[in-house]
Design a protein around this ligand. Structure first.
Ligand SMILES: Nc1ncnc2c1ncn2[C@@H]1O[C@H](COP(=O)(O)OP(=O)(O)OP(=O)(O)O)[C@@H](O)[C@H]1O
Ligand SMILES: [Mg+2]
Length: 260
């Protein structure tokens, strides 16, 4: 296998959906026949495992960083078929040295087509080390001024490091142009093009509550369809819109109403 693509999901602003997109995009890419590894680099507020269905593994990325464990010991196979490295949630483990974190990504790339790296919010030194270790950067934002501004800062950092920016994913879109940044504004702020617009979808939280990533919990939901479409575009494959989507959604909503 050739070296896989190492893509860092960065945002600047917290809470815009990096971890949700990392997990769901990863599973969607895996379902297209790719070997995918997800890496949690939110070392002080880890939650990738939670988004994978409250999944845990005894060996964390912290132990690989400190030399106490190998990469192979920390990597595990999730039931969805993706591989993952999770971070510790112990308060005492919050501040490891990350200057060599890129070597972990390189190891993952040797056995993966895609390595998706979930970043912490902010543009801290750790996030800078993570960006340096990635080959490409995908910017995640929501259509607000604050997240747009922070996304623009993340792009500037990537440019300073000469890291190619794949583009921007705009998440939690409610199609309310009076209250939200429009596409052109986001593209101007981030100096990159929009790869995907993922709607605000209450199914995202519902899937988290039910301990299943959205694309496995409800593959017809609006956010699910957009994420699967993004995965197909990244992978150079045609995306077939599920047939009778509107009718199926409507039928399901009637059934739910009847169930009360
Ligand atoms: N498209 C969406 N529609 C509705 N809710 C969403 C959507 N995407 C993410 N969320 C919700 O937004 C919250 C934050 O998402 P997430 O944790 O993925 O963001 P994050 O950028 O990783 O946050 P942090 O910066 O804290 O790591 C979660 O409750 C998640 O369920
Ligand atoms: Mg996160």
């Amino acid at each position: 296998m050739n070296e896989g693509r190492v893509i860092g999901l960065v945002s600047g602003k917290g809470g815009v959906g990096k971890t949700s997109i990392c997990v769901n995009l990863g599973i969607a890419l895996s379902r297209l026949g790719n070997e995918v590894t997800l890496i949690d680099t939110d070392l002080s507020a880890s939650n990738l495992g939670v988004y994978m269905g409250r999944y845990d593994h005894p060996v964390k990325i912290h132990e690989v960083l400190s030399g106490e464990a190998t990469f192979q010991e920390a990597m595990f196979r999730h039931p969805t078929g993706v591989n993952a490295l999770v971070a510790s949630t112990e308060v005492s483990d919050t501040d490891p040295n990350t200057s060599e974190i890129g070597s972990i990504f390189d190891k993952a790339a040797k056995t993966s087509d895609y390595v998706l790296v979930d970043c912490a919010p902010g543009l801290t030194e750790t996030v800078m080390d993570v960006m340096r270790g990635c080959a490409e950067v995908m910017v995640i934002t929501s259509p607000t001024h604050t997240s747009g501004t922070n996304a623009a800062q993340a792009v500037q950092k990537a440019q300073q490091m000469r890291k190619p920016v794949l583009g921007t994913v705009v998440n939690k879109v409610e199609d309310n142009p009076e209250m939200e940044l429009v596409d052109r504004e986001i593209e101007m702020m981030t100096e990159s093009h929009i790869l995907s617009k993922i709607p605000y979808d209450r199914k995202m939280k519902e899937s988290l509550f039910n301990k299943k990533p959205l694309v496995t919990y409800d593959e017809l939901s609006r956010a699910s369809v957009e994420i699967r479409k993004l995965a197909a575009e990244m992978d150079g494959k045609a995306f077939e819109q599920p047939k009778f989507l509107k009718a199926k959604r409507k039928l399901r909503s009637i059934k739910n109403t009847l169930r009360g």
